[in-house]
Design a protein around this ligand. Structure first.
Ligand code: SF4
Length: 297
């Protein structure tokens, strides 16, 4: 770019976790910022100078979807994936329809760029499958991608069976999230006697939920607990070691509480888990935390 345009290029050397995590400091110094690998979230003034360059996986979804078919005796299937496989959803649809299935493909809220796309913090496309005219007929979901975080979010959010087709391993399996629920139950159980909570707020552009943090602090106080709001940019176990609280409540990226749960000095709860600790939500209503359209502040 420097050779061809004469523009000066600065490369952000900070870690980046998603479109929620623009390098705001760099953005304030440049005319245009190219952000690689993620689709745009809902647009605010901040994104006006940002050009999102998505990346697509070359992995063939065919073998994984074929492996998933025996696990899907249901007729009406909702299909969901992450941004790197969205360009292959037509192929997935065709393979399922050739196997006699009816396919439901729905679009999530404005944080979601494509039909059928989910984020680790947004499963609204799964719920919109449920709310579409075809919803009552959607009997199971097929998730295309790797890892278990997204399918667990889909299963808890939509309360339906999820089959995962991993294009990188050309394998498929039916999601079993009992171990996940046991882990989260342990975190909730270990927080029941906590009196002082650290409520984490991230300053990252797409993760910042100050109003939610204030609401949670107020709830804590209504229940006779103490809570302090801790604002930080990058949330890491090392950062949290600096604070002596009985438990943390994370309002930043919802994956933080779950993915790194073994690395924190004290329990780290999601807002929904905190409500269970306070007795405001039933255990049966445990869902993954989401950041939905209009929630960032
Ligand atoms: S908040 Fe977390 S899950 Fe959501 S887009 Fe950012 S990194 Fe991904």
């Amino acid at each position: 770019m420097e050779e061809k345009t004469g523009a000066q290029v600065l490369i952000s050397a900070d870690p980046c976790f998603g479109a929620c995590d623009l390098d705001v400091s760099l953005l304030s110094q440049v005319d245009l910022l190219f952000h690689f690998g993620h689709s745009q979230l809902e647009q605010t003034d901040l994104e006006k100078k940002v050009f999102f360059i998505e990346t697509r996986s070359k992995a063939d979804v065919g073998p994984a979807v074929t492996a998933a078919l025996p696990l899907l005796p249901e007729k009406k299937i909702g299909i969901l994936t992450t941004v790197q496989h969205v360009h292959q959803l037509d192929t997935v649809r065709r393979l399922l329809e050739n196997a006699g299935k009816e396919v439901i493909l729905s679009r999530g809220d404005n944080r979601i760029a494509y039909s059928g796309q989910v984020l680790g913090c947004n499963f609204s496309a799964a719920r919109s499958c449920e709310n579409s005219p075809d919803a009552k007929k959607c009997e199971a979901y097929l998730f295309i991608g790797s890892g278990r975080f997204h399918p667990i979010g889909i299963a808890l959010s939509a309360q339906k069976k999820v089959v995962c087709a991993d294009p990188f391993l050309s394998e498929a399996f039916e999601l079993d999230f009992r171990k996940f629920l046991m882990q989260r139950s342990a975190v909730i159980g270990n927080s029941m006697e906590a009196n002082l909570f650290g409520i984490i707020v991230s300053t990252k552009n797409g993760q910042c939920r100050k109003k939610l943090a204030k609401r949670l602090k107020q709830k804590a106080e209504e229940h006779g607990k103490k809570a302090v709001i801790l604002q930080m940019d990058l949330v890491t176990p090392d950062q949290m070691l600096n604070f002596s609280v009985d438990a943390f409540v994370n309002t930043a990226c919802p994956r933080l509480a779950v993915d790194d749960s073994g690395r924190y000095p004290v329990p780290v709860l999601t807002p929904q888990e905190f409500e269970i600790v306070l007795g405001e939500r039933c255990w049966e209503d445990l869902v993954l935390d989401e950041i939905l359209e209009g929630e960032r502040e």
